[in-house]
Structure formats: C-alpha cells, structure tokens
Ligand binder design. Structure first.
Ligand code: AMP
Ligand code: ZN
Length: 117
C-alpha cells in the first residue's frame, strides 16, 4: 500500500494516529472529522496515498467506487440517508484544501446552504 510518511491521513489509515474510525475495508477508511461542521461529519479516504482530485488515475477507480458505496452505507447507518447529506471533496487553494490526501467529506444532520461559502 503506497503511503506518504508525513501525511496525516496515511497515518490514520496505518493506525499510527488515533481517529474515530466508522468504516474500513481493503480500499477505504472512514473516520469522524476532528472539527465537525455538522452533526454527522465523516471523512472518507482511499487507503493508499493520493494527494487530491488532480492526482488520481484510472488505477484508483476501485477505491473511488468503494468510497461512494461506503458513503451511502454510512449515511444510512447515521440516519441521514432520507433527510439528506452532502459529499464533497475540496481541491486546492480556492476550495480550502488543507490535507493533501484525497478525502470526501460526508456532511449531514442539519439543513445546508447552497452555494457553499
Ligand atoms: P480539507 O479542508 O477539505 O482539506 O479538510 C481537511 C479536514 O480534515 C478538516 O475538516 C479537518 O478538520 C480534518 N482533519 C484534520 N486532521 C484530522 C484528524 N487527525 N482527524 C480527523 N479529522 C482531521
Ligand atoms: Zn496520505
């Protein structure tokens, strides 16, 4: 599994940094955001290091599909499948990306605005 030594999310995947993991399989890990912006705020990451939306390749397709399936299942378990949720990835400076390991935010449990700020 490709890891990046100084990447905080690689360290969570490897179990070297504690996180509240809600789902894990061979391809994807999901854990609660340390600074939640909604009653449900979970991050889903590929287990291997990919810096962001600009970097993933065709070989990452299975991991990306696994993330979507896991997000849907987690939303159901969190009780927000019917009320609604948002799945979003921030890429780069203008979107406010702060961790450079691809991650999808799963947010729900409150009414959200559109467009995001
Ligand atoms: P982004 O701004 O899209 O790069 O989002 C990074 C997210 O990672 C933020 O919502 C942070 O609160 C969250 N975060 C950073 N470090 C950790 C950590 N160790 N455990 C859980 N969430 C984290
Ligand atoms: Zn990483």
């Amino acid at each position: 599994m490709t890891q990046s030594p100084d990447c905080p999310f690689c360290r969570i995947v490897a179990g070297q940094v504690l996180a509240t993991i809600v789902y894990k399989d061979d391809l994807v890990t999901a854990f609660r955001d340390i600074n939640p912006q909604a009653p449900t705020h979970i991050l889903l990451v590929p287990n291997h290091h990919v810096a962001g939306m600009n970097e993933f390749a065709e070989g990452d397709a299975n991991a990306l599909t696994a993330i979507l399936l896991a997000a849907r299942e987690i939303a159901r378990k969190e009780g927000i499948a019917d009320s609604g949720y948002r799945l979003v990835a921030n890429q780069g400076r203008d979107a406010g990306q702060s961790v450079f390991h691809l991650h999808f935010h799963l947010l729900g449990g409150r009414r959200m605005k559109w467009p995001p700020g």
